[in-house]
Ligand binder design. Sequence first.
Ligand SMILES: Nc1nc2c(c(=O)[nH]1)N[C@H]1C(S)=C(S)[C@@H](COP(=O)(O)OP(=O)(O)OC[C@H]3O[C@@H](n4cnc5c(=O)[nH]c(N)nc54)[C@H](O)[C@@H]3O)O[C@H]1N2
Ligand SMILES: Nc1nc2c(c(=O)[nH]1)N[C@H]1C(S)=C(S)[C@@H](COP(=O)(O)OP(=O)(O)OC[C@H]3O[C@@H](n4cnc5c(=O)[nH]c(N)nc54)[C@H](O)[C@@H]3O)O[C@H]1N2
Ligand code: SF4
Ligand SMILES: [Mo]
Length: 781
Amino acid sequence: MEQGYKTVRTVCPYCGAGCHIALTVDTVHNRIVKATGANGRTNEGRLCLKGYYGWDYLTDPQLLTKRLRYPMIRKGGKGSPLERVSWEEAIQYTAERLQAIIKEYGPDAVMGAGSARGPGNEAGYITQKFMRACIGTNNVDHCARICHAASVTGLRASIGEGAMSVSVPEIEDAEVIFNIGYNAATSHPIVARRVVKAKAKGAKIICVDPQITETARIADIHLQIKGGTNLALLNAMAYTMIEEGLVDEAFVKAHTEGFEDYANALGGYAPEAMASIIGVPAEMIRRAARLFASSKHTVTLWGMGITQFAQGVDSVIACSNLSLLTGNYGHRVTGVGPVRGQNNVQGTCDMGVLPDVYPGYQRVDDPKARAKFEKAWGVTLPATPGLPLTLVPEKILRETDPKKQIHAYYIVGEDPAQSDPDLTEIREALSACDFVVIQDIFMNKTAEFADVVLPATAWGEHDAVYSSCDRGFQRVRKAIEPVGEAWPDWKIQCAVATAMGYPMSYTSTQEIWDEMRSLSPKFYGATYEKMEALGGVQWPCVDPSMEDRGTEYLHEGGTFATENGKGRLLFAPYKPVHEEVDSEYPLSLCTVREVGHYSVRTMTGNCRMLSKLEDEPGWIAMNPADCKRLGITTGDLVYVHSRRGKTITRCLATERAKEGATYMTYQWWVGACNELTIGMLDPKSRTPEYKYCAVRVEAIADQAAAEAKVSEYYERLRTRMGITVNDKNAKVPAKTGTAGAANGTMATAHAKAAMATTQAKAAMATAVTMNPAKEREVRSL
Ligand SMILES: Nc1nc2c(c(=O)[nH]1)N[C@H]1C(S)=C(S)[C@@H](COP(=O)(O)OP(=O)(O)OC[C@H]3O[C@@H](n4cnc5c(=O)[nH]c(N)nc54)[C@H](O)[C@@H]3O)O[C@H]1N2
Ligand SMILES: Nc1nc2c(c(=O)[nH]1)N[C@H]1C(S)=C(S)[C@@H](COP(=O)(O)OP(=O)(O)OC[C@H]3O[C@@H](n4cnc5c(=O)[nH]c(N)nc54)[C@H](O)[C@@H]3O)O[C@H]1N2
Ligand code: SF4
Ligand SMILES: [Mo]
């Protein structure tokens, strides 16, 4: 490499596929200039478009929002502007406000959210230690709650362990893939590659999805079910297996319990009885059950189409039941893959950033585990599990006893004002909360409600370990110096703890990692040295010597992680979704993802290449017949209404959506679909029903005026994020739009037509001038 450049090997900061990346760094100008695929266990040198182009946010092009460079406080109280302060002042102020709240209401008045994104496992460990040892509460959680919490809760009940039992590379050797509620081509393109390879090697694919996804297109059986009927289908498949003698009796006898009760409870679930509810013919359900049971190498993959329902936990258990019934656990290339979404959501769970467990999934209500952490941390720890983060609005807005309310919310790397359901309610809660701290790399929507804003270093600017979706600890390395005065997340929370009288100080992430390992038997063997030598280590890894190279698949030999080692066959009845369509709101809305953009889009929205692919205000994908009825076509701006709010977006007519069903992606700030989604939660995991609510789509007669409003609102949003309109990088709004054309998903003729329409319309919109005096909320559109 020529002088002035270096190569840094690291792991992608976006999805849980955990792809290895080689970054070319211009050391003279302190910037990354290129990313290429490196040979990692899961990616074998391949990357998707986010891996190739997703680092550009580090150059701070200020397209959507702006990097945070120094600490800020609202000195004049709520509603006053954020003012720049020194680190010393910010830390002192935060410590004093937290101490005052604890003094008045007790430690459980404080809620902490950790980050499953850039910070990494060491910072996650510090977040939960800060909340537990310094604040004195188990009120700590993170976005797994609104994501795969149902997988963790459900699998723990079924087989004792919440993680993927199978590894990503094994998928390509599957004989049958049962893909349910998971759209790998969009969400984990590098996992999708294994599904495509499996198909090429002869695997049969069953895809259960109400939408025609890329996996559905290559499936041997596509069950295009009515949204929200997973449990009816899974129970009908189990019924078929039992009725048609497809059960692996020896496995069930040796390795499971509860078969008799389970089989009896399934009595009413014959496919013929369920077909009209599920919306697919009974014979297809039977064929799917037969195909599933035909192999000992059936791999089940699921995602948000299973977990983001009020029956998420029951559906996870029902998925696991099918593997238990057919002997699809305990050997290579079999079992379950709840494919973790974010780059480090597996890790943030591993580190105990959850209200009920310490690092390594040791329960807070287990006296032995508690005693161990009390000794290590030199404090007395609370014995009862804390608050799941989806209950925070409730605890701020509807709890009447001030002693039981949440008065402070310390949020690390999460943007609830964009990603939580029912944004009206979240805005009310954040406004009513006495003290809100955000610690992030960008100004985000939640920062608008924060009393203190603390700037953290981003992926690329610090060292860490991330856990891939399949339990793989992998090293993430610093490539460039941080922007402004940003500090690593772990250092910030150590400083606040110290100012509060609980000294925490470390000199490196490795020192934190080693403390964590010493307290977590499951991870004890996964040293930095071993990760360095092997490229990564899959847990469990108990022995630090090189003899123990980690664990590829779980439950070897059919011995499960339950107390008696048996898998539990547990029955739950199907219940319909909470909010069905009716004459007032006649369409169903399911919210999904954009291939080129990521969650709240602070990062991908600030990558020039990615934001050129797709930009505000996003799309609502609808069946052409529904569009015709409403008199709308691809590219038209439309209002979408639900009982909770209203938003504006563009129509995308596509056969991928069934008649009556619509899809929006939650990446958009202007076209924010979480204004519409419902706060209905699974009672066991507290995960919201993001995948189903009732909406109405309204055509807009004056398109030019609507285009103008969208552009104006977008500009106002950017101004509020701190971008000045005259910035040299300031972008012309709404000029792009290819409806997810990258990577093949949604790359339909409709999408191309949409681009032409959008560009023509955007041209009309550019003449708009800003009017910052107008109302602030999207509902004003
Ligand atoms: N309607 C709808 N809503 C959904 C979903 C859906 O399917 N439909 N899915 C849900 C799911 S599965 C998830 S996981 C959530 C995700 O929702 P969030 O967790 O809110 O979103 P992210 O974009 O992952 O990142 C959150 C924040 O982390 C910050 N960040 C990134 N790196 C760092 C770092 O190194 N340090 C710090 N301090 N901050 C950092 C980003 O700037 C951003 O503000 O959204 C949920 N919301
Ligand atoms: N590009 C990109 N990649 C991402 C993300 C991103 O924002 N952008 N986010 C990451 C995160 S946080 C996560 S959690 C993962 C999520 O990854 P996925 O789980 O793939 O996420 P979704 O696309 O939200 O939902 C999956 C599928 O569920 C289907 N579905 C909806 N309702 C039902 C139903 O009733 N039954 C069944 N069987 N299926 C249904 C949807 O049609 C969709 O195809 O992606 C990660 N990867
Ligand atoms: S598949 Fe996921 S981890 Fe791999 S490059 Fe794409 S976003 Fe990054
Ligand atoms: Mo997620």
